[in-house]
Write a protein that binds this ligand. Sequence first.
Ligand SMILES: *Cc1c(COP(=O)(O)O)cnc(C)c1O
Length: 391
Amino acid sequence: MTPKTLQTALVHSEYAPPAGFSALPPAIHHASTVLFESVAALRGHVHDWSDKSSYTYGLKGTPTTYELEARLAEIEGGTLCLVTPSGLAAITLVDMALLATGDDVLLPDNVYGPSRELGSWLQARLGVTARFYDPLIGSGLAGMIRPTTRLVWVEAPGSVSMEVPDVPALTRAAHAHGALVAMDNTWSAGLAFQPFAHGVDISIQALTKYQSGGSDVLMGAVITRDAELARRLGAVHHLLGYGVGKDDAYLVLRSLPSLKLRFEAHDRGARQVAAWLKERPEIVRLLHPAFPDCPGHESWKRDFTGAGGVFSVLFAPRFTEAQIDAFIDGLELFKIGYSWGGAVSLCLPYRMADMRERWEAKGTLVRFHIGLEDPQDLIEDIRRSLSVNLG
Ligand SMILES: *Cc1c(COP(=O)(O)O)cnc(C)c1O
């Protein structure tokens, strides 16, 4: 060993930790530079960005993100997962990987708002056509498909208005005409709906929601079990420069063991609060997929095994928007803010007519995320604000 000055020793330490360490939490491996053993190893390296059997550069991944990706793929029955800096970044990755000028993409009219904006952006900037279909169209989708239709997005249910589409009918129609199907499967956390068993080609998750569970991390995932799609997605994941912080990846890994238990607790609480709201005279319609009032309830019953914590209600049209705002402001346990999947309950009003091509229902739509509080306390909170503000 060549003798070193202190300065060099500060950079190149002799210390190596003793072998044999073992613990339950996954290790957090930080890296931009990933080291190769030799130039020969570097030259022999295959630059397939979907290949998770070797290391190239921190952006592609370290054992921490590889483990997270593998575990997320396992949940949904996929074979490849790519983590992205947000749920929206996952949607953008799919569109960028699969669409080119002249192509057509179909999105449900109840799709996650920024996904809709992205469709319009692709149309204005890249010459892709983006069209919107009625989420309940089912096999009728076949009539909308053009020879240029490459991709059909599915969201089940739509995350504000909650219509549950017939996913198998949509995937059959798309595949019969050579289009791929990507699904935003965030609502079910990948637990209550198995996308690949229902014909979906690519599933995306906003890990920001249940997988994080902490209302603190922004992250997304794209999952597939098709090797060719994995290769195409991996190449564009690389070109977009997507990476995630390894500390953030650890936070999601830390939350995964409790994912199903939390999801089921959100689900129980949400059904309890929803059942109570359904009987209230202020509410004209409960939009919760597990209740028969919800458009597409039959598809939910056939295809889903749970529902999680998010649902909406329509208030009677006799209440003004200002009254509904006062009702939400008057809640104490429910906070006002976007997203869901955390321990704290959330509540938001929506102006549906501004968000949709077609929206006929009257009355203000309010979305609830039921957190992990005692549902009875949440019901009392709602009861009090209803009587103070709408009584
Ligand atoms: C939150 C959400 C996203 C986007 O996730 P971010 O991490 O917030 O970008 C996408 N789709 C659905 C259905 C969501 O609820």
